[in-house]
Structure formats: structure tokens, C-alpha cells
Design a protein around this ligand. Structure first.
Ligand SMILES: Nc1ncnc2c1ncn2[C@@H]1O[C@H](COP(=O)(O)OP(=O)(O)OP(=O)(O)O)[C@@H](O)[C@H]1O
Length: 300
């Protein structure tokens, strides 16, 4: 690892500082690991997927991307498709950076880059939903729909507050969806909800205690569904999350390796996958246990 490294950087994420940070990381990798490093700058959606899919064929043993959750997700989508998978790492440069938080990466890009002086390897779970993979979360409901509309400039200017502002717009609606969740053993649960998500790590939406006990390589996905669809249901569930109450009365929780999620009345329901548009229901979700090798950075 780190012999031949491909750095993929998104020039739009992280206040437009991606190229500068990529150069800094290149210097650290050359100085501390004697790596050969090539920097590629994304021009459009899915460049990161295309390049990371072909990376090992082109002689790279490691792919490190610099960007927000969208770029990280696109890169992992490429790596998972590669026959011979490169080691993966990244520099968190987005607003939320959930996977970075779960892996213990520093949230300040300068500090995260410094940490690449010392690295080790660990395994990372990846979630499969229909024909693509996700690295952190798949969500549905009015709040998830609203945060998908958050503008990139606003995210750069206001950070997480841009998401909170947009999420609040959906908070006080009465809209809800009737869904059926089927667990791996065939057990079904029917719920009307305004927020459902399946996460892979403890950190969701930047809240590091959202799924207490979830680990990035425990082979499990963690489903949480707010029971009900009124603002009062949401507030009660939010309070239970704030109190880290794992046996919350207002949230249906299930940890499993596979989930099926369908609309009970065939409504068209969209999803948010790692912060961007995802597939419509029905969803077939499967956790690919320890599917890729990931860099852990910094002194432990
Ligand atoms: N040159 C480019 N111009 C415009 N968009 C790009 C370019 N390169 C990549 N993208 C797209 O930018 C999108 C957003 O990237 P990313 O999620 O990394 O940043 P962000 O939106 O600032 O982060 P976050 O969502 O965590 O706040 C990605 O979906 C990616 O496809």
C-alpha cells in the first residue's frame, strides 16, 4: 500500500481548496512513505467512480479521495466494482463527513492530511442498495428529501447549519409514508413514518451518537424509523436520540445484514443515499461485511 497512489480531488467541495490540499497530501505521502503520487481533478459527477474502478489496472495500489460524502461515496462505488481492489482512504472536506467521523479522521483537512504521516489498514463494511453501494446512510421521508435540496454554495458558507435550516422546513409537516420493512429472517413490520434510515456507523448527519454501538466493520446495518409522522413524534424521537436512549419508545430500531423496504400503498418514494439522490422504493439492502481495506490515519 501507498507505493503508487491515486489522489482524486473534487474542486467544488471544501470551499474550492481541493487542489491545494491534494498537493499537500502528495508532499506528505512522498516524504513519509516514498509514494509515487498522481493527482486527478474531477470535472463531473462519477469521474471518481470511473477512475477508482480502473485504478489497480493502471498500477495504483491505493486510492485516496479529497471531498465531501458525495465524492467519498462515488469513489467507493468504483472500488467495489474493481476486480482487484485498491486500498482506500480520504480527506474529509464536506459539511458532514460521517464516515470520516466514524473512522476517527480529523475534521480539519490540514490536520487530516498531517495524520497521513502514520497509517495502518482496517476493514470497512459497505452497504449495497439495489444496484449501487453506500458508505454511510440511506434515508427516506420529508426531512431526508428536503436536505437533498441543500445548495453546494450554502453548504460551503453555512456548513451543517445549511442542512439544519433545510431540514427544519420539513420538520413541521404532517407528511408521512407507510412502509413495510422485512428483516433477513422474513419478519415484517409496517409503520407510518416521516423519517427512516439505515446507517452503517455511529455517525449520521454529523451526530456521532445517532446509532450507539454501531461499528464500521461489524457487518451490520442499523435501521431506525420514527414511529409516526407528526411534529410531536419527531420531537419525541429527537429527544430520545439526544439522550442516547437505545430502547427508544418512539423509534423502531433493527440491526441486521439484510433489509427489504417497500411502500405499502405503492406510493412513489425517493431516497437520499450518502447525501445525494438515491433509488426509489422498493429497496433491497445488503451489508457487504468488511468489503474493502481502509486507511486508518494518525497515532492510535
Ligand atoms: N468539477 C466538478 N464540478 C461540479 N460538480 C462536481 C465536480 N466534480 C465532482 N462534482 C460533484 O460534486 C458533488 C458534491 O460533492 P461532495 O459531496 O464531495 O461535496 P459537498 O457537497 O461539498 O460535500 P457534502 O455533501 O459532504 O457537504 C458530487 O456529487 C460530485 O459528483
Amino acid at each position: 500500500m501507498l507505493k503508487n497512489v491515486l489522489l482524486i480531488t473534487n474542486p467544488v467541495a471544501g470551499k474550492g481548496l481541493g487542489e491545494k490540499y491534494a498537493q499537500k497530501l502528495k508532499d506528505v505521502l512522498e516524504d513519509y512513505h516514498q509514494s509515487n503520487v498522481e493527482i486527478k481533478i474531477t470535472e463531473e459527477e462519477f469521474d471518481a467512480t470511473k477512475w477508482s474502478k480502473n485504478a489497480t489496472k493502471e498500477g495504483f495500489d491505493t486510492v485516496i479521495c479529497l471531498g465531501g460524502d458525495g465524492t467519498v461515496s462515488e469513489t467507493v462505488n468504483g472500488i467495489i466494482e474493481a476486480q482487484d481492489k485498491p486500498v482506500f482512504g480520504f480527506v474529509p472536506m464536506g459539511t458532514v463527513n460521517d464516515l470520516g467521523r466514524a473512522l476517527g479522521y480529523k475534521m480539519n483537512p490540514e490536520k487530516a492530511i498531517e495524520d497521513f504521516k502514520t497509517v495502518s489498514i482496517d476493514k470497512l463494511d459497505v452497504g449495497k442498495v439495489n444496484d449501487r453501494v453506500f458508505i454511510n446512510v440511506i434515508a427516506l421521508g420529508p426531512i431526508a428529501e428536503q436536505v437533498m435540496t441543500t445548495d453546494s454554495d450554502d453548504k460551503n458558507r453555512f456548513g451543517v447549519l445549511a442542512y439544519v435550516r433545510d431540514g427544519m422546513k420539513a420538520f413541521f409537516t404532517d407528511k408521512g409514508y407507510e412502509v413495510r420493512v422485512t428483516a433477513s429472517d422474513g419478519t415484517t413490520t409496517e409503520i407510518k413514518t416521516n423519517l427512516l434510515f439505515v446507517g452503517l456507523t455511529n455517525s449520521i448527519g454529523g451526530v456521532e451518537f445517532m446509532i450507539p454501538g454501531a461499528n464500521y466493520n461489524d457487518g451490520k446495518g442499523y435501521l431506525s424509523v420514527i414511529k409516526g409522522h407528526t411534529p410531536i413524534n419527531t420531537i419525541r424521537a429527537g429527544l430520545e436520540v439526544g439522550l442516547s436512549n437505545i430502547d427508544a419508545d418512539n423509534i423502531f430500531r433493527l440491526s441486521d445484514t439484510k433489509f427489504k423496504i417497500e411502500s405499502i400503498n405503492n406510493e412513489s418514494i425517493t431516497t437520499n443515499v450518502d447525501g445525494d439522490n438515491g433509488p426509489e422504493l422498493p429497496l433491497e439492502i445488503e451489508i457487504l461485511s468488511q468489503a474493502i481495506d481502509v486507511l486508518i490515519t494518525g497515532e492510535s
